[in-house]
Design a protein around this ligand. Structure first.
Ligand SMILES: NC(=O)c1ccc[n+]([C@@H]2O[C@H](COP(=O)([O-])OP(=O)(O)OC[C@H]3O[C@@H](n4cnc5c(N)ncnc54)[C@H](O)[C@@H]3O)[C@@H](O)[C@H]2O)c1
Ligand SMILES: [Zn+2]
Length: 364
């Protein structure tokens, strides 16, 4: 194993898997296992230390993680001789992760795989937890399953080619996970910065993964505690899709946490200590979001009425209740029901207005 590499284990119902965090991990693996079949983000074409004929490249777009695109990829795997005893290596961000999880889980009823996340968002968040989400008929993340890799190798050298927005995407998710775990002060002490220098991110990535591990080991199948990681997501998804994806996922989640906090403030859900705790979080989010070029204008261009409509149709709500994760009391997160009435919708719209106004005015 290369020097200066941390490692820990994640327990799951289908077996434990190891997570390694370090540098040079992909090259090391390619050297030790020259026979691996690789599924990789098209961005890495001709840039991987792996024989080209052993790589299946997948462009990282939403269309490429659709059910219709799976059959040709399965055909490619078969043509490359992948069999029951083969092991797949996936290199890429969340799109490649979703595709590889799904392919590994169904190919010959399941083969082993290793994941090397290449975006900061995947390194801090999605690389552990074992979920896949596949689009069908244009409907995002409609089908999927749980099928964790045998091993996750978080290779910080992949940060070099990420831009500021991709770094902010990852830091917003990392901040959210650590806040949800009650470890936001520890996260801040790690000195999160918008930099693509690998060592700048090491401590934050490690802390976010350790926090996320607690949630997925406590609640592997999203029934209680893990749902708190949806903090910022119900509001964020409405913004992400309402902007036609001009606002990226992590950035939308960062904005979503500010909106969720506005909801708590407007409805008197926080104590004085809770107001201070959430102010530290939202202040940090605003600082991160200020690194996203043109964000204020993108937020100004949003059709706010349509955004509330998108929030309303989120599949996570119940027939009679909106379901949102908000900070309450001293700042801890809680899954709350808000009546799905005219009054409830007005409360949600007011929170969107306050949160979006703040982002629009403060991130200039
Ligand atoms: N399975 C899960 O648990 C899970 C969790 C969260 C999100 N997701 C899914 O992940 C997707 C978003 O993932 P993402 O934000 O990690 O990225 P992504 O896979 O969508 O990639 C975003 C862009 O970054 C590029 N890229 C990847 N690595 C790079 C690198 N090292 N340097 C430069 N460019 C690089 C890609 O080519 C692409 O253009 C969504 O489809 C989302 O639904 C899945
Ligand atoms: Zn997310």
């Amino acid at each position: 194993m290369p020097a200066n590499c941390d490692s820990f284990t994640v327990a799951s119902s289908v077996g434990d898997y190891e997570v390694r965090l370090g540098r040079g991990l992909l090259s090391d693996m390619a050297e030790r296992h020259p026979d691996l079949i690789v599924v990789a983000d098209d961005f890495f074409r001709d840039r991987l230390p792996v024989a080209a004929e052993r790589v299946i490249y997948v462009p990282a777009t939403e269309d490429d993680k659709s059910l219709e695109r799976m059959a040709p990829l399965i055909g490619r795997m078969h043509a490359l001789g992948v069999n029951r005893g083969s092991h797949l290596l996936a290199v890429g961000g969340g799109v490649v992760q979703d595709v590889a999880t799904f392919l590994a889980s169904i190919y010959m009823r399941g083969i082993g795989w290793t994941y090397v996340p290449s975006t900061l968002l995947a390194m801090t968040d999605s690389c552990i937890g074992g979920k896949s989400s596949i689009n069908v008929d244009g409907l995002k993340n409609l089908v999927g399953n749980f099928y964790p890799p045998r091993e996750v190798a978080v290779d910080l050298d992949f940060l070099h080619t990420l831009d500021a927005v991709q770094i902010v995407d990852g830091l917003c998710e990392a901040a959210k996970i650590c806040y949800a775990k009650g470890d936001f002060a520890g996260y801040l002490a790690d000195g999160p910065t918008v930099s693509s220098e690998p060592e700048a991110a090491r401590a934050v990535v490690a802390r976010a993964l350790h926090s996320k591990r607690w949630f997925i080991e406590t609640d592997e199948f999203d029934r209680a505690e893990r749902l708190l990681l949806n903090f910022g997501h119900t509001f964020g998804h409405a913004i992400e899709s309402g902007s036609n994806f001009a606002i990226s996922h992590g950035v939308a989640v960062g904005i979503g946490t500010i909106i969720a906090t506005s909801f708590s403030l407007q409805n008197g859900l926080l104590t004085k200590a809770g107001e201070e705790a959430t102010a530290a979080l939202t202040g940090h989010m605003v600082d991160l979001l200020a690194h996203v070029p043109g964000l204020s204008d993108k937020v100004a261009a949003l059709d706010r009425k349509a955004i509330v409509g998108r929030f309303d149709s989120d599949k996570k709500h119940r027939a009679d209740m909106y379901r949102i994760v908000v900070p309450v009391g001293d700042g801890a997160l809680e899954l709350r029901g808000v009546p799905r009435t005219e009054d409830g919708r007005a409360l949600v719209a007011a929170a969107f207005a306050a949160g979006l106004d703040r982002v629009q005015n403060d991130v200039r």
